[in-house]
Design a binder for this molecule. Sequence first.
Ligand code: ZN
Length: 107
Amino acid sequence: MKIVWEQSAYIGNAPVFCTLCGRRSYPIRGRRNQLLLAVIYDPQGIACGEACRDCVAAGPKGIQARVHDRIESFRSKIADLESLGIDHIETPSLEEEFRLHQQDAAS
Ligand SMILES: [Zn+2]
């Protein structure tokens, strides 16, 4: 991965989401008042998102740690979703919902 400061391809000062840590990030102002974003390139040289200032400042070791943490967090979220058991889903019946509304009206 390679990170390069480049002139923002977006219009205005709109925030982007850091591909590495997921946090919101605003472009910085360059010396000639242009808006700059830290663009991430994969090993094939394809641009694949932007990095926030904190991630850029964290350096290679810091970025590795941040990305590992994020991968772990995604894995645990995936496990949580898988454990919900979506093969068999029971939703409340219309009668149950109707009874709820009647209770609301009565109280
Ligand atoms: Zn970041």
